[in-house]
Design a protein around this ligand. Structure first.
Ligand code: PNS
Length: 174
């Protein structure tokens, strides 16, 4: 009899910060795969709001107690990273048709780089089809309400960031 090996999937992204849309994708991926690794791309070119360590902390808080989910960081080629952690699947969420072209290009490039790694797309729930980390940051920055769009721990950290930025602003000499 053949033993079924543990299926590991990587869910890569910037996660700056993780949103409830990402969490929904992971929850649904757990119905299909044994383990999901949420992997933050450490990209020296981008200026993120949260450092990679902070983003990892937020992911760990959001999935505390869920043994089958772990957070990690990576740099370099995603397919090489997936091989290193023993994942045979890359998960990506699709929100709208506008995501499709970019995702299609990435999936085909990754398949060319390593045909053993399969990309699987999960549809974002319709209630979150407009949601992105970028919009969350923008809305929060402009004083809008992001409750229900991000886990409570992310909302708290966004508020703390705003408070420390305001303090720094007050401390600055004109
Ligand atoms: O959250 P994002 O920005 O949509 O995530 C993009 C990500 C991290 C999945 C993509 O940029 C990536 O995989 N980068 C790693 C570099 C790589 O492997 N590039 C070639 C594949 S297209």
């Amino acid at each position: 009899m053949r033993h079924k090996s543990r299926s590991v999937a990587v869910f890569p992204g910037s996660f700056d910060p993780i949103t409830n849309g990402h969490i929904d994708i992971v929850d649904r991926a757990l119905k299909v795969f044994d383990e999901v690794i949420i992997s933050i791309l450490v990209n020296a070119e981008k200026k993120p709001l949260f450092s990679a360590e902070e983003r990892l902390g937020l992911i760990r808080d959001a999935f505390r107690g869920e043994q089958r989910v772990r957070g990690d960081t990576f740099s370099g080629l995603l397919v090489d990273y997936a091989m290193r952690v023993g994942a045979s699947v890359i998960i990506r969420g699709l929100r709208a048709i506008s995501d499709f072209e970019y995702e299609f290009q990435m999936a085909l490039m990754n398949r060319r780089l390593n045909p053993r790694i399969e990309t699987v797309f999960l549809m974002a729930p319709e209630g979150f089809s407009y949601l992105s980390s970028r919009l969350v940051k923008e809305v929060f920055d402009l004083g809008g309400d992001v409750r229900g769009l991000v886990p409570p721990v992310v909302e708290r950290r966004l508020r703390e960031k705003r408070q420390s930025a305001a303090k720094r602003g007050r401390g600055r000499k004109d």
